[in-house]
Design a protein around this ligand. Structure first.
Ligand code: 5BU
Length: 257
């Protein structure tokens, strides 16, 4: 089957965030999502500014910041607008619907007010999605489901992954796709984002498993590479981000041809 371009897939999507992400990827020629997992706001903003031209999405773990104030997320929103990227808070919600509604909208971080995309485990069942949807849909937000994970020994496999797919299909106006290691659905409206990416295959000391941009995008047919330490621990993060963006986008072009 011929592979569709990101732009070709836009008409299949009902969610505005999914449409926008597909548009940005072809426009900016990048399928790179960068996660600077750092603990100081100034460092988060510094790294984001450096890589902004080369990314389609910035992935955050806002709760690791030691000096969080709402001005950080305001600054990120400004940068996102200026440089045309989306913000994805990797919150991995996992509770019952009523609780995730509160966690998504309230508390210190008020994630629903600044993150275009967030994600959830499916372990608690569809109530999690319904709760997040009640808050996120009116704000034109989007959700990714954790269908698979990159870490050694994780339990998101087999029927768990299949159930995640079914839950996304049942809520496809709000669920725009998956965190997965490979394409798990042929439906063009679903996006696949893959963490655990470095230039070389390998592992870290805590079970993270790394694949290369080409194996993720070309061989495994995922859509977006998520790169953290491979970029922010490099001597020149901007140069490295540019290179990852090129590797990822070339693998996508190879898939199209
Ligand atoms: P790294 O530094 O490139 O290993 O960072 C990977 C990021 O992706 C990190 O923020 C993780 O929390 C995130 N991640 C992951 O590594 N594996 C998963 O299965 C999921 C998220 Br879901």
């Amino acid at each position: 089957m011929k592979s569709l371009s990101y732009t070709d897939r836009i008409p299949y999507c009902s969610n505005p965030v999914a449409k926008n992400l597909l548009k940005i990827m072809d426009e900016k020629k990048t399928n790179l999502c960068f996660n600077p997992d750092v603990t100081k706001s100034s460092e988060l903003l510094r790294l984001t500014k450096l890589v902004a031209p080369y990314i389609c999405t910035l992935k955050t773990h806002i709760d690791v910041l030691e000096d969080f104030t709402p001005s950080v997320t305001n600054e990120l929103k400004k940068l996102a607008k200026e440089h045309n990227f989306l913000i994805f808070e990797d919150r991995k919600f996992a509770d019952i619907g009523n609780t995730v509604k509160l966690q998504y909208e309230k508390g210190v971080y008020q994630i629903a007010n600044w993150a275009d995309i967030t994600n959830a485990h499916v372990v608690a069942g569809p109530g999690t999605i319904k709760g997040l949807e009640a808050i996120g849909k009116p704000k034109q937000r989007a959700l990714l489901l954790l269908a698979e994970m990159s870490s050694e020994g994780n339990l998101a496999t087999g029927s768990y992954t299949k159930n995640a797919l079914k839950m996304a299909e049942d809520h496809s106006d709000f669920c725009i796709g998956f965190i997965a290691m490979k394409k798990i659905s042929d439906d063009p409206k679903f996006l696949h984002l893959t963490p655990g990416v470095k230039k070389e295959i390998g592992t870290d000391k805590l079970g993270q498993k790394y694949k290369t941009p080409r194996s993720v995008i070309f061989e495994n047919q995922s859509d977006v590479i998520i790169v953290g330490r491979g970029i922010y621990q490099a001597e020149d993060p901007a140069k490295e981000a540019k290179e990852f963006a090129k590797l990822g986008f070339n693998a996508y072009l190879e898939r199209l041809s």
